[in-house]
Design a protein around this ligand. Structure first.
Ligand SMILES: [Zn+2]
Length: 314
C-alpha cells in the first residue's frame, strides 16, 4: 500500500517541509523564513501553518500521509521528543517538539537531530544509496555529522554520537563554539577558514583577499585556485585538518563510504581531490582508496528528504 510522510526541516534561516512518499519522491514542497529571533512560539506557529498547508494539498490527500518526521538542530532527547537550546533557535529551551506537533497536526511525529537526518537522507536516497554503512559530514557554518551503521543511525549515549566537528585536530588551536580548543569545526568550517585568512593579513601578509569586503571561505577557495599565496596556504591547511578528521573517522568505523556536503564543498574537486590525497596518505590500516569520499548528492533538500527517511523508517 502506498504511504507518505510529512517531512519538516527546522533550520535557523528557513523552515522547509515536504510530502514525501515511500520511494523518496517529493510530492509537494514548501518553505518559509524561520525568523528565529522572534522566539519559540511564533516559529512553532509557522511550522504548524506550513505543515497544515502541505497536508491540505491534493497531493497529500492521495498519498496517505501517516507520520511526521522532523529534523532539528540538537541537543535533542529523541525518546522524549525534546529539543534543548539549539544555537540557531534562540528561546528554545527544553521544547517538547514532537508532542506540540503531534497535537497541532494530528499525526505521530518522530524527531531526529538534523545532521543525523541528513545522514539518513543521503544514505537512503543520495550518495550513500546501496551501502550498509556511511559517515556523513556537513562542512558549512559549522561541521556536523551522522553515522549510519548497518542501515541505522548510530545515536550513542545521550543521542550524542556523530559530532565529527568537535573532535580535536589541533591541540592548541582556536577555541571552538563548544568551548574546546582546536576542534575540526574551529579549523575547517567556512567561518574558521575566513577567520584564518583575516588573521594572516592582520599579521602583515599581503593577499588579494584584502580586496574582498565580506570575506568567506568561497573567496578563499576562489583565490587559492588563482594561486594567491595566502589563500592557498589557508585552503591547504583547512583541507589538511579535514583530512585528519576524515581519516580518523574511517580508521575507527571503516564505513563503506564517506559523504560530505555543506557550503564549503561547493568548491568541488578543488576540495575533494586534495582531501582524498590527504586521507589516503593517513590511512594505514583500512586499505587506502577502498573507502570512497563522495560529495553529497541531495543538495538543499537533504534536510526534508532526511526527515522523511526518519519517519519512513520508524
Ligand atoms: Zn567544538
Amino acid at each position: 500500500m502506498r504511504m507518505a510522510v510529512l517531512a519538516i526541516d527546522i533550520g535557523g534561516t528557513k523552515l522547509a517541509a515536504g510530502i514525501v512518499d515511500s520511494e523518496g519522491r517529493m510530492l509537494a514542497r514548501g518553505e518559509v523564513p524561520t525568523r528565529a529571533t522572534e522566539g519559540l512560539e511564533p516559529v512553532l506557529a509557522r511550522i504548524v501553518t506550513l505543515g497544515r498547508s502541505l497536508l491540505s494539498r491534493p497531493e497529500a490527500a492521495d498519498a496517505h500521509v501517516r507520520r511526521i518526521g522532523v529534523g532539528c538542530a540538537g541537543p535533542v532527547d529523541l525518546a522524549a521528543g525534546l529539543v534543548f537550546k539549539p544555537p540557531n533557535l534562540p528561546g528554545w529551551t527544553r521544547v517538547p517538539l514532537t508532542e506540540r506537533l503531534q497535537q497541532a497536526l494530528g499525526l505521530p511525529t518522530i524527531l531526529e537531530n538534523d545532521a543525523n537526518a541528513a545522514a539518513l537522507g543521503e544514505f537512503r536516497y543520495g550518495a550513500g544509496r546501496g551501502a550498509q554503512s556511511i559517515v556523513y559530514m556537513t562542512v558549512s557554518t559549522g561541521i556536523g555529522g551522522g553515522i549510519i551503521l548497518d542501515g541505522k543511525v548510530w545515536h550513542g549515549l545521550k543521542d550524542a554520537a556523530g559530532e565529527v566537528g568537535h573532535m580535536t585536530v589541533s591541540p592548541d588551536g582556536p577555541v571552538c563554539g563548544c568551548g574546546n580548543r582546536g576542534c575540526l569545526e574551529a579549523m575547517a568550517s567556512g567561518p574558521s577558514i575566513a577567520r584564518r585568512a583575516r588573521d594572516l593579513m592582520t599579521a602583515g601578509r599581503t593577499s588579494r583577499l584584502s580586496e574582498v569586503t565580506k570575506l568567506t571561505s568561497a573567496d578563499v577557495a576562489r583565490l587559492a585556485k588563482d594561486g594567491d599565496p595566502v589563500a592557498s596556504e589557508v585552503w591547504g591547511e583547512a583541507v589538511g585538518y579535514l583530512g585528519i578528521g576524515v581519516a580518523a573517522v574511517i580508521t575507527i568505523l571503516a564505513p563503506e563510504r564517506v559523504v560530505i556536503g555543506g557550503g564549503v564543498t561547493n568548491a568541488g574537486d578543488f576540495l575533494f581531490e586534495p582531501l582524498r590525497q590527504e586521507v589516503w596518505r593517513r590511512l594505514k590500516l583500512v586499505p587506502a582508496e577502498s573507502v570512497p569520499i563522495l560529495p553529497a548528492a541531495l543538495g538543499p533538500d537533504v534536510g526534508i528528504l532526511g526527515a522523511a527517511a526518519v519517519a519512513l523508517d520508524a
